[in-house]
Design a protein. Structure first.
Length: 381
């Protein structure tokens, strides 16, 4: 007789179940694990996974409860973990890792995987104190880039329970689709001209301001038929709109709200070049998806991005963070290429993803971590 072992992804909000997570959860299930998603929030409408492939449990909490981690959070989470006999909990948020670590005094068998997906997680003194506690409680640390790993306090870290697993992209999503002209009509973008795009939330860690300045420089160099689309929405939208007006770019720059994951492959088909200037990162899926779509990319040297460019061939440009002139020059170099030359760079970008950043490779490496912690998906009795 054998019984499947139960593993769980624990998230605060249902929308945090997207990107590569559905594929990884299905893959674990196919390999014999019983897979569970535990959502603290009561609202499951934005959940990206669903039964029967993956079981989903909501703790039925309101944001005001779990954001302050009231006692009800600990009580409900402990009850679900015990009832479902969860052996491994996978988390990506500091406060969830801390919450589960505190529960281990009542659930000593529970193993925690803390998946680090950005730098500056332990950015203040209180969190650095939390780091020393978590080091003793977390069973396995996974970072999505060496840049994230090196950002951890102390830097001298045990290797047996720590591993870098790059983010992965499902290449099949980018194989076929409508033509560039058709997609531009769908998104109300200019049908002609050189179109640069950036797909990221309008937040302080993303440098849309630098891209707008770089784009203004690009046009001053003579790229008169160029356009820029910034998609993502967020708290900086009004600031960016004011900046567009100040730079006299209203007829050339398009500000769009968030693009749904299902629309991303089509949106990328509208572009000639993908730009991603940012101040801090882990391993940006947006860049990997643009490369999978066959686009040359221009990025800044935030953590994680140098690892994408660590290969002997060129598929775009990486420039120093905050260097607007270098950003404008990189865009100009791509503008000057023929469509066929840009297509060649795009194929090299796809090659780089195929070599190191596929969802299949990511899933296999995560399976190795789960198997390491559990001894395999089944318990023989």
């Amino acid at each position: 007789m054998s019984a499947r072992k139960t593993v769980a992804l624990v998230v605060d909000r249902a929308e945090r179940t997207g990107a590569y997570r559905p594929y990884l959860l299905r893959f674990l299930r196919e390999k014999g694990y019983r897979v569970l998603v535990i959502v603290l929030d009561q609202d499951l409408r934005k959940c990206k996974v669903s039964p029967p492939e993956v079981e989903v449990v909501s703790l039925g909490l309101l944001p005001r409860d779990y954001r302050r981690f009231k006692p009800v959070v600990f009580w409900k989470l402990k009850s679900v973990l015990e009832r479902e006999e969860v052996q491994v909990a996978w988390v990506q948020k500091y406060r969830l890792a801390l919450c589960l670590s505190l529960l281990k005094w009542r659930l000593p068998y529970l193993k925690i995987i803390f998946h680090l997906v950005n730098v500056d997680i332990f950015r203040n003194r209180l969190r650095r104190i939390g780091w020393h506690f978590l080091r003793r409680q977390v069973a396995f640390w996974v970072a999505n880039s060496y840049g994230v790993l090196e950002d951890l306090p102390g830097a001298s870290l045990p290797g047996d329970n720590m591993r870098v697993i790059f983010n992965g992209v499902d290449l099949e999503r980018f194989v076929e689709g409508p033509s560039k002209a058709e997609v531009r009509r769908i998104f109300n973008l200019p049908e002609g001209g050189f179109l640069i795009g950036m797909l990221a939330r309008f937040r302080k860690e993303k440098d849309q301001e630098g891209l707008l300045k770089g784009f203004a420089e690009l046009r001053a160099r003579g790229a008169e038929d160029s356009y820029l689309v910034l998609a993502g929405g967020g708290p900086k939208k009004e600031t960016l709109a004011e900046m567009v007006n100040r730079l006299a770019l209203r007829e050339r720059v398009f500000l769009m709200d968030r693009i749904s994951p299902a629309e991303v492959p089509a949106f990328l088909r509208a572009l000639d070049v993908f730009a991603h200037p940012t101040w801090r990162e882990g391993m940006p899926n947006a860049v990997l998806e643009a490369m999978a779509a066959g686009l040359p990319v221009v990025v800044t040297d935030a953590p994680g991005l140098p690892e994408i460019f660590d290969c002997p061939y060129r598929f775009g440009y990486m420039v120093p963070r905050g260097d607007v002139s270098a950003l404008a020059k990189a865009l100009w170099e791509l503008y000057r290429l023929s469509p066929a030359e840009r297509e060649t760079l795009g194929r090299l970008a796809q090659r780089r993803v195929e070599e190191a950043f596929t969802i299949e490779r990511m899933a296999r490496e995560f399976l190795e971590v789960f198997d390491h912690l559990t001894g395999g998906a089944h318990t023989v009795s």
